[in-house]
Write a protein that binds this ligand. Structure first.
Ligand code: GDP
Ligand code: MG
Length: 178
């Protein structure tokens, strides 16, 4: 990216959810179009960026990962976040059962207008599915969240998940400027 890059907006989006649900691989897929099956727990990396064009404006998405500290995500992590991907693993029931707690924490810390997408990752592992699409959809509707199932491995819906959240943030943000 050229150093003289002109950016119209910078939107901070956070990734949250249990350890090993695939947050870091979702981010690697979105930011660098990469995937690794033997990814080590995220250490040190705070965020990655990717600049996209939405409605003729240049939008820099700044995506924060938990750096492997899922149990100790702090208020600094949520500060200024305009969007969130709330991730569970469709093959791990427990990671879905923990979603209400993550949502509560998120709503306790973040801006009240935050755009939230519930993400059921690892949709490529259909044979090991432990959370039905219907259950997740019902929860998302009840809580007013967007919802998609993704596969970071197969690059399914990762782009859509971020695009939806960023476009929605853009809508809210540009309304403020009318
Ligand atoms: P995090 O702890 O939430 O950041 O999870 P990681 O991104 O480190 O992923 C945990 C493990 O799940 C790694 O072995 C990944 O390769 C694997 N993984 C992540 N996404 C997918 C996916 O979409 N499909 C499959 N089959 N495995 C995945
Ligand atoms: Mg990670």
């Amino acid at each position: 990216m050229a150093s003289g890059e002109k950016v119209d907006y910078v939107f901070k989006v956070v990734l949250i959810g249990d350890s090993a649900v695939g947050k870091s691989q979702i981010l690697a897929r979105f930011a660098r179009n990469e995937f690794s099956l033997d990814s080590k727990a995220t250490i040190g990396v705070e965020f990655q960026t990717r600049t996209l064009v939405i409605d003729h404006k240049s939008v820099k998405a700044q995506i924060w990962d938990t750096a492997g500290q899922e149990r100790a995500v702090t208020s600094a992590y949520y500060r200024g976040a305009l969007g969130a991907l709330l991730v569970y693993d469709i093959t791990k029931r427990q990671s879905f059962d923990h979603i209400p707690r993550w949502l509560e924490e998120l709503r306790g810390h973040a801006d009240k207008n935050i755009v939230i997408m519930l993400v059921g990752n690892k949709s490529d592992l259909e044979d090991e599915r432990a959370v039905s699409t219907e259950d997740a959809k019902e929860f998302a509707e009840k809580e007013n969240l967007f919802f998609l199932e993704t596969s970071a491995l197969q690059a399914t819906n990762v782009e859509s998940a971020f695009q939806t959240v960023l476009s929605e943030i853009f809508k809210i943000h540009s309304k403020k400027n009318i």
